[in-house]
Design a protein around this ligand. Structure first.
Ligand code: S3P
Length: 180
């Protein structure tokens, strides 16, 4: 069986980091959180980097790191940042470098409920974060779908159930051994 390589995409607050962490633990696979790795490489927080260098510079660094990870062999659960699908180069790196890509889908309203007190996401530090989330959803929903092989609706299920759903899809795809 080739090494299991899967990635999680979706809007901020969709659960990529949490589901990724628990999935990696359950499947005993190395976890890479793209945003966390970027903060290590950048030597500062993403919010700070956005403020100092702007979004384009951030996207360049994000693209470079994603290309590196996609080319790295070996098993991996990758959780991405919400904007990682914006560039075609990244969508193609996700498809080619990670056999199974999951879109954790949520409504803007659900995301807003989860994120309304969050101060770490630069794109949501605006007067009307719900309107911003609606706009991000409108623009990005097709891009997440293009990058992903699976769409997982995150509205009702608990994190535990979501992890089970992803793990089950991986089993059915023959990407991990079936749990008995
Ligand atoms: C972004 C989402 C963030 C982070 C950066 C940009 C986006 O990651 O990469 O702030 O464009 O949606 P999360 O999805 O983990 O919040």
């Amino acid at each position: 069986m080739p090494p299991t390589r899967c990635a999680l995409v979706g809007l901020p607050g969709s659960g990529k980091s949490t589901v990724g962490r628990q999935l990696a633990r359950r499947l005993q696979l190395p976890l890479v959180d793209l945003d966390q790795r970027l903060e290590e490489v950048l030597g500062t927080s993403i919010r700070q980097y956005f403020e100092e260098c702007g979004e384009d510079a951030f996207r360049d660094r994000e693209q470079a790191l994603l290309a590196e990870l996609a080319a790295e062999p070996g098993p991996m659960v990758l959780s991405t940042g919400g904007g990682a699908v914006l560039r075609e180069a990244n969508r193609s790196a996700l498809r080619q470098g990670f056999g199974q890509v999951f879109y954790l889908r949520a409504t803007p309203e659900d995301l807003w409920r989860r994120l309304r007190h969050d101060q770490t996401r630069p794109l949501l530090q605006v007067d009307n974060p719900l309107a911003r989330l609606r706009e991000l959803h409108r623009v990005r929903d097709p891009l997440y779908r293009e990058a992903a092989n699976y769409v997982i609706e995150t509205g009702r299920p608990t994190v535990h159930t979501l992890v089970n759903m992803v793990a089950m899809q991986l089993e059915m795809a023959g990407a991990v051994p079936v749990r008995t």
